[in-house]
Design a protein around this ligand. Structure first.
Ligand SMILES: NC(=O)c1ccc[n+]([C@@H]2O[C@H](COP(=O)([O-])OP(=O)(O)OC[C@H]3O[C@@H](n4cnc5c(N)ncnc54)[C@H](OP(=O)(O)O)[C@@H]3O)[C@@H](O)[C@H]2O)c1
Length: 326
């Protein structure tokens, strides 16, 4: 079968290749899935560079998220041959067939195609865990979402708007502002450059933001400490800027806000009942048409490099979905 293998880690994808390998044997508690669609997440890119917190031994098959059809399943797994499933593991999704632990899969809600199903899971569970599970987002609250053109950023905007919150989205790329605005109609889209607190203050009528959701880090995080309201929450989601910010602990004390560390996947693994409840809530919102993932492009897996490079070069507004069977 075809699989995208990371044979050695490198900053320029030179150690990553689409190759023919034997179909994986099904692991003891695993389900074997014919992959119909698999979406690219930032950790996939970081893993090709050896820069993600999880560092699998090389060679490994890339891809943490998929949607597909069950071709083999243990009786006690809750899945049967022919079931449409979504989910994944930390690796293995960018291949024609994947062996995935049953606990990492759920049924695709009726009426959702494979490509949006592959784009729904990781981004929306990250956004849901950060905004709703850990920060108890309420209607009417102000949410500042950074990295707004990314998979996770757009999911956070979509979810927050669907919950009746007010959203200020930020991007570092002027040309993306109109696209972000047209997708989910946030209350404002601003440039996350330099000092943006004054804009946040003006837009919120002086209130500042109850929740700041930050996948970017670095300078954007530093400025965010000036944008969060008293008793608000600043959620550390990731570091796409490449810099992990330092914060003096007197700042959250004096301003009375909390810094919340988010690890959505680990949260669901440690608290499986909460993970299942989060997945069910996302499926419900999706079934009711209240959320819908934004897909920038769907590519055959043979065009994997285009997708990875577009993410690395910050060209995307929404998710990249690969179709291994095409
Ligand atoms: N904590 C968790 O549980 C969890 C789970 C999943 C993902 N994550 C993290 O969330 C982050 C986003 O993941 P994703 O899959 O949404 O990635 P993505 O689709 O590539 O989006 C990342 C966004 O970050 C911004 N960005 C990229 N490079 C940047 C740079 N050099 N400087 C400033 N901003 C930059 C871009 O937004 P603009 O161009 O609009 O500025 C980009 O669209 C990653 O750090 C990932 O590791 C965390």
């Amino acid at each position: 079968m075809k699989a995208l293998r990371v044979e050695s880690v490198s900053d320029d994808l030179s150690g990553t290749r689409l190759v023919e390998i034997p179909q994986p044997a099904r692991g003891a508690d695993d389900v074997l899935v014919q992959v119909k669609a698999a979406s690219l997440n930032y950790p996939d890119l970081l893993m090709t560079r050896g820069k993600y917190q999880f560092k699998p031994d090389v060679p490994f098959t890339s891809g943490l998220e998929l949607a597909g059809e069950v071709i083999e399943a243990p009786a006690e797994s809750g899945f049967a041959v022919g079931d449409r499933v979504m989910g994944g593991n930390k690796t293995g999704a960018f291949a024609e067939i994947a062996s995935i632990p049953a606990r990492g899969l759920s049924h695709i809600p009726d009426g959702i195609d494979y490509a949006p199903a592959a784009a729904l899971g990781a981004a929306y569970s990250t956004a849901f865990t950060g905004l709703i599970e850990l920060c108890d987002l309420q209607p009417g609250q102000w949410v500042l979402v950074h990295g707004a053109s990314g998979g996770v950023g757009l999911a956070a905007i979509d979810l927050a708007k669907s919950m009746g919150a007010r959203v200020i989205a930020t991007t570092g790329v002027e040309a993306k502002r109109a696209q972000i605005q047209s997708l989910y109609k946030p209350d404002a889209v601003i440039l996350a450059e330099g000092r943006f607190r004054e804009q946040v203050q003006e837009i919120t009528g002086g209130a500042l933001c109850d929740i700041v959701f930050d996948p970017v880090g670095g300078d954007v995080f530093d400025e965010s400490t000036r944008c969060v309201a008293f008793a608000g929450k600043l959620v550390v989601v990731g570091f796409t800027s490449g810099r992990i910010a330092d914060v003096a602990t007197n700042i959250p004390l004096i301003k009375g806000f909390s810094i919340v560390g988010l690890r959505a996947g680990e949260y669901a693994r440690r608290f499986p009942e909460r993970g299942a409840a989060i997945n069910a809530a996302i499926a419900d919102l999706s079934n009711n048409g209240r959320i819908k993932p934004a897909i920038d492009r769907v590519l055959p897996l043979s065009a994997w490099r285009e997708g990875f490079e577009a993410m690395a070069n910050r060209e995307l507004v929404g998710k990249v979905v690969f179709e291994p069977g095409k």
